[in-house]
Design a binder for this molecule. Structure first.
Ligand SMILES: O=C(O)c1ccc[n+]([C@@H]2O[C@H](COP(=O)([O-])O)[C@@H](O)[C@H]2O)c1
Ligand SMILES: Cc1cc2nc[nH]c2cc1C
Length: 400
């Protein structure tokens, strides 16, 4: 079987028994039930990802920064020259970018992948040369990529995830660098969520209102053009094949990040998503393999409006909301300590029983149990099976 199909086939559901154990454990820890809010659901879901409770700490962690250029740059959608993509790659390798500073802060490794930078990048220590094409073509004029390029870039992401997990990493984080990639992100998000171009197209690195209005028209034009092209295989509901949509209006880094998400899910390692580029790529991954969604943690919500639309469609709640709009993996890195905290609680916090703390809920749950100091094993498991971060299970768990 070829790599993409094999990876999708390897993605299994969350482990229900491990999640049940995590839920029951949470309810025995020395804190009011549900008091860690959505971090409790996150810890439970991470147990389901790893298939064990408590799940492993997300360490060592690695952020992979996928860099690529975009033909749609020719439409004047960003004020930055295309060369900045390659120049920033050098900055990442030299350790001088924000992603490097944040990675040092949280002890994560930075991996830089050239999946489609337009110019030639000289060999450099730490640079993974996986160039699939010298940037995409202008999506307003024709497909951004060939089907073969899209598939190859997805495979690159799968291979990077596989290699990082084989090297011992227990948490993967997405990063991106690509001048003009917020335009391709908006087009992907509109295509996968059905939202209008004007609702999902933002200001990217920072543009004036006239450029923003043009950017919306560019996204509209690309989507209208793509609709007139043969759309490959459609599913029973008539939806276009996700890889075809990706090739039509996506970027090489979107493709690689989609593969990275699939690879993480197949290897049962959590993947912390960064901003709008990762959100768009995750929509591709989840359209290919719906089960991949449960392995994704939304690191943050970016200022790009399309990101909120993508996260809503993915049913993921962002851990951090600081109006960041940088990319590179910066928002995912800021969220990593929260992911670690969600796991560490399950490892380290004493139970009511072991600490000799009275558990009012043990008594409230079953008055027949008598003394509140003796919580019954396993009586407190919440019935909430929805693995969404805080989207379903908490109400039931926040009982007084
Ligand atoms: O992560 C985000 O949500 C995000 C939002 C706005 C901009 N960016 C970064 O800025 C670049 C794309 O911006 P633009 O305006 O050239 O499309 C690209 O390198 C992204 O990493 C990233
Ligand atoms: C300087 C610069 C750094 C970036 N990092 C991610 N996207 C970026 C875009 C620019 C322009």
């Amino acid at each position: 079987m070829e790599l993409i199909a094999e990876t999708i086939a390897a993605i299994r559901p969350l482990d229900e028994a491990a999640m049940r154990a995590a839920r029951e454990r949470h309810d025995r820890l020395t804190k009011p039930r549900g008091s860690l809010g959505t971090l409790e659901e996150l810890g439970i879901r991470l147990a389901g990802v790893a298939g064990v409770c408590p799940p492993p700490l997300p360490s060592p962690a690695a952020v992979a920064v996928f860099a690529a250029d975009h033909g749609v740059h020719a439409q004047g959608v960003t004020p930055w020259p295309q060369e900045v993509t390659g120049q920033m790659v050098h900055n990442f390798l030299a350790g001088g970018a924000v992603v490097n500073a944040f990675a040092r802060q949280v002890g994560a490794e930075v991996t830089v992948v050239d999946v489609g930078v337009k110019g030639e990048l000289p060999e450099a220590p730490g640079l993974l040369a996986r160039k699939v094409a010298h940037g995409t073509a202008d999506m307003t004029q024709g497909p951004a990529m060939t089907a073969a390029e899209a598939r190859r870039a997805v495979e690159v992401g799968i291979e990077i995830a596989r290699d990082l997990v084989a090297a011992g990493h227990r948490c993967l984080l997405t990063g991106d660098m690509g001048i003009a990639n917020t335009t391709a992100s908006a087009a992907l998000i509109a295509a996968f969520t059905g939202r209008a171009a004007e609702d999902v197209t933002g200001y990217g690195t920072g543009i004036d209102d006239a450029t923003h209005a043009r950017k919306i028209e560019v996204v509209r034009a690309a989507l209208a053009r793509a609709r007139t092209e043969p759309s490959g295989e459609a599913d029973a509901a008539g939806r276009a094949d996700p890889l075809t949509v990706l090739a039509q209006v996506g970027g090489l880094e979107h493709a690689a990040i989609a593969g990275f998400v699939l690879g993480a899910a197949a290897h049962r390692v959590p993947v912390v998503l960064d901003g709008v580029i990762a959100g768009a790529a995750a929509l591709v991954a989840v359209a290919l393999a719906p089960g991949a969604r449960d392995f994704c943690v939304a690191g943050h919500r970016s200022a790009e409006p399309g990101h909120a639309a993508a996260l809503a469609s993915l049913r993921l709640r962002p851990l951090v909301d600081l109006e960041l709009r940088l990319g590179e993996g910066t928002g995912a890195l800021l969220a990593l300590p929260l992911v670690a905290g969600a796991v560490r609680v399950l490892h380290e916090v004493a139970t009511f029983d072991s600490a000799g703390v009275a558990d009012k809920d043990a008594a409230a749950t079953d008055p027949a149990e008598g003394a509140a100091t003796v919580p019954a094993e396993g009586t407190a498991g919440g019935a909430a099976a929805d693995p969404a971060d805080g989207s379903g299970g908490d109400a039931a768990r926040n009982r007084a």
